[in-house]
Design a binder for this molecule. Sequence first.
Ligand code: VG1
Ligand code: CO
Length: 542
Amino acid sequence: MIKTNAISPFPDQKPGTSGLRKKVPVFQQPGYTEAFIQSVFDSLSGFEGATLVIGGDGRYYNREVIQTAIRMAAGNGFGRVLVGRGGILSTPAASHLIRKNAAFGGLVLSASHNPGGPSEDFGIKYNVANGGPAPEKITDAIFARSQVIDRYLIADFDAVDLDRTGASEAGGMTIEVVDPVADYADLMETLFDFDAIRAFIAGGFRVTFDAMHAVTGPYAREILVRRLGADPDLVINAAPLEDFGGHHPDPNLVHAKALYDTMMGPDAPDFGAASDGDGDRNLIIGKGVFVTPSDSLAMLAANAHLAPGYRDGLKGIARSMPTSGAADRVAEKLGVEMHETPTGWKFFGNLLDAGRCTICGEESAGTGSDHVREKDGLWAVLLWLNILAARQQSVLEIVEDHWAEYGRTYYSRHDYEAVDTDRANQLMNALEQKLDQLAGTEADGLTVERADSFTYHDPIDGSVSRNQGIRIFFDGGSRLVFRLSGTGTSGATLRVYMERHEPDPAHHSQETQDALAPVILAAEALAGIREWTGRDAPTVIT
Ligand code: VG1
Ligand code: CO
């Protein structure tokens, strides 16, 4: 039986960089989750009888929302849902399932790297048929619909047993609970030389992986341990927990500090990696050397041809605007297209679908390729391992070779989290007001060459996205970017991105913050961060 339940709109259901993210108690308000899911369905058409993929990162409230989403899919006329066992699907695995099964789309439940628990974060994102996050055209329609929604449709049946794989029928729909790992692991085997990686590991190359108590634990056990022979004791925090053990499942130098310390210690393994809550980010640390995500993108792109899936070379490379220009130098050398998009994976979809790029990346520890339409943490780990096995070198050797060839791009991001929203907006507005007058002026020793607010013109569908961050370029090639986060759930988060390219190998061993000191000073001089935010220092430096 299908019920039509009346509801009133909620004013705050505007999807951000990656879907709708709010605190769990917000999602728990009566009708809130239902209003958003119904707004998604009402913004789409043609899904009668079609397949919907549903899964999440296993955080608190995942199972409840999955039951609701299944019953609403039936209530709205979908013919089949595919749901990961235990309600689990990493974001890249969900993307793959959508593509492999020619599904209409998918609901990916995650707040990624944000903490989980009864008073922490939850999120819902809609992905389209190519397996990628819905483009802005659709997220705008979802928000518009959420502002006038007055009812939702839901079928009435008992909770689905999410812990047993297999198919059942309910509410006129087929419900298939599937193994969340198998298809994804098989896809990885088609891209990488598992024999070479296995032999490399068997020869003594030690790999450690921190799943941060989040979704990648089962994937890492299957792929790294079972299929590639990595030491099981070095795959740590591999049991997904609803609250991620009370930590932020954010693979950066602050929240994955233990891994960092291990990798810098005397008995460090040869290769260390971590992933985030939903498995789409990656942190790569070699013995004694941290690889910045922007560098990792460049190094993966430069060496991808060593993996079977990329043997024929790259069609192009794409990076988000705040990501460093290191990958641009690789694209230039390879003679392939380079694309610069706004922050968020949804902007890569059109380029990937059109065959205009093969590898994409973001400075926030996201890298991926045209194998799916999401960033993919374990994919990046496996591509690194494939490259290391093929070159029979250490991470440090590969990093130093790369810098010697292309120069080193010093890069850092300073985040000011949970600052007052009005003050953060005022800071951005004040900067914006003076953009036109900045060229030629000096900011604490650096001369501004040009400054603008980034606008993206999508070369495939012609859509235009404005206000995607403020860019300030200095004489000598350094760059500064300011933008406000679109994934936070408390106040505003100001992100300040700094980079400086250093061609001379004699200057490649500086400490990053020292190498960037002039740009950091210029940021304060231009934006008055201390005054506007009331903070003396960033919350997180990556
Ligand atoms: C952040 C990152 C962005 C990433 C997004 C989603 O967005 O900066 O690069 O695509 O998170 O990643 P923002 O708007 O807070 O800067 V995930 O791993 O949360 O799906
Ligand atoms: Co994520």
